[in-house]
Design a protein around this ligand. Structure first.
Ligand SMILES: NC(=O)c1ccc[n+]([C@@H]2O[C@H](COP(=O)([O-])OP(=O)(O)OC[C@H]3O[C@@H](n4cnc5c(N)ncnc54)[C@H](OP(=O)(O)O)[C@@H]3O)[C@@H](O)[C@H]2O)c1
Length: 302
C-alpha cells in the first residue's frame, strides 16, 4: 500500500477522500482546528503555516504522495482577510511543496474553477486564468508555486462539489435541503454556471489519479453537465421529492452589493477523461446516492 499524506482530512473533500481511499492507501490525514477520526486511517494535528511541523511530519511519515486539500475556502472570508487567505492558501502550499520535494513525494494540489473570471465558460487547461476574488487569486498563486517548486506534481482544478458534509465542514447541499425541508423558498441564481461534481465521483477520480503515478501537470475535473444554480436547485427538489416552486430563480443584478462572482466557470474535463477514462456521472445520480445516505440519517444535515 502506498503512503498518502492527506491534508485537510476534516474538510468536506478531505474527509470524503479519506473514507474512500483508506482501504487502498496507508493514510495520514491532517487537520488544524477540527480533530476528526477516520476508521482505518491515522489522523493528526498539523498547522500548515508552520514549516517546521510540516518538515517533522513528512520526515516521520515518509509519504509517497502528498494530497493537499487543506485551504481556506470561504470566499467572503478570504476577501475580508487577505493576509489569512494568503497564509493558508499560498504560504502553506509553498511550505508543503518544499518539503514534498525534499522527501521525494509526489504532490497533488487541489485548486478551483474560480481561477477563471467567468466570462467564457467551458474552460480548458489552456485557457488563461484571471481570478476575480482573493480566494481564486491565492489558489492560483498556490498552483504556480506548486509547479515551480515540486518536480513531481499534479494540479487538479475542481468545480463546486456536492455531497454529504464532513463531521466538521458543511456542504452547500445541507442548507439547500434544510430550506426545502422547512418549506422555505430559496433564491438561486440563473446566471452563475458551474459543472457541479458529486463528491463520491471526486473520490473515485482521485483513486484513479493515485493509481497513475505518471500523470503530471494540470487537469480540470468537472462534472458532466453545465448547470446554473437554479437548475441545480430544481434537480435537488426533483430527486428529493420537494416542491420545485421553493426555488426562486434570481439574477445577480437582483442582488446589488454581493461580492464579485464569476458568471460561468464551467470546466471542460476532456483532458482528464482522456488520461484516466473517468467521466463523472450525471448529477441526478450523485443526488440519488446522497438521498439514500440522507434517508438513513433524516434530519442529520442542516
Ligand atoms: N468544496 C468545493 O465545492 C470546492 C470547489 C472547488 C475547489 N475546492 C478545493 O478543494 C479543496 C478542499 O476544499 P473543501 O471544500 O474540502 O474545504 P473545507 O471543507 O473548507 O476544509 C478545509 C480544510 O482545510 C484545513 N485547513 C485550513 N487551514 C489550515 C491550515 N492553516 N493548516 C492545516 N489545515 C488547514 C481545515 O482544517 P480544520 O477544519 O481542522 O481547521 C479543513 O480540513 C480546496 O483546495 C478547495 O480550494 C473545493
Amino acid at each position: 500500500m502506498s503512503r498518502l499524506l492527506l491534508t485537510g482530512v476534516s474538510g468536506f473533500l478531505g474527509w470524503r477522500l479519506a473514507c474512500g481511499l483508506k482501504d487502498r492507501h496507508e493514510i495520514l490525514g491532517t487537520y488544524k482546528t477540527n480533530p476528526v477520526g477516520v476508521e482505518g486511517a491515522e489522523t493528526a494535528f498539523l498547522d500548515l503555516r508552520d514549516p517546521r511541523s510540516i518538515r517533522r511530519t513528512l520526515r516521520d511519515f515518509r509519504p509517497d504522495t502528498v494530497l493537499h486539500t487543506a485551504a481556506i475556502t470561504n470566499v467572503r472570508f478570504c476577501q475580508d482577510n487577505p493576509a489569512a487567505a494568503r497564509e493558508a492558501n499560498l504560504d502553506a502550499t509553498v511550505n508543503l511543496a518544499r518539503e514534498a520535494e525534499q522527501v521525494g513525494a509526489r504532490l497533488i494540489y487541489t485548486s478551483t474553477d474560480r481561477v477563471f473570471n467567468g466570462t467564457g465558460g467551458n474552460y480548458t487547461e489552456r485557457d488563461e486564468p484571471d481570478p476575480l476574488d482573493r480566494y481564486g487569486q491565492t489558489k492560483l498563486a498556490g498552483e504556480r508555486a506548486v509547479s515551480r517548486i515540486a518536480a513531481d506534481h499534479l494540479i487538479v482544478r475542481l468545480p463546486l462539489m456536492f455531497g454529504p458534509p464532513s463531521p466538521a465542514h458543511e456542504s452547500f447541499i445541507s442548507w439547500t435541503l434544510d430550506s426545502f425541508r422547512k418549506n422555505k423558498p430559496l433564491e438561486l441564481f440563473t446566471d452563475q454556471f458551474r459543472t457541479p461534481l458529486y463528491a463520491g465521483d471526486a473520490a473515485e477520480a482521485f483513486g484513479l489519479i493515485l493509481s497513475l503515478p505518471d500523470m503530471k501537470g494540470l487537469y480540470h475535473l468537472g462534472g458532466s453537465v453545465r448547470l446554473n444554480r437554479a437548475e441545480f436547485g430544481y434537480l435537488v427538489a426533483e430527486v428529493f421529492g420537494f416542491d420545485p416552486s421553493l426555488v426562486r430563480p434570481i439574477s445577480m443584478a437582483d442582488k446589488p452589493g454581493i461580492p464579485p462572482c464569476p458568471a460561468d466557470v464551467s470546466l471542460n474535463s476532456e483532458k482528464f477523461f482522456r488520461a484516466t477514462g473517468f467521466r463523472a456521472r450525471p448529477p441526478d445520480q450523485g443526488l440519488a446516492d446522497i438521498k439514500t445516505a440522507w434517508s438513513k440519517r433524516p434530519g442529520a444535515w442542516g
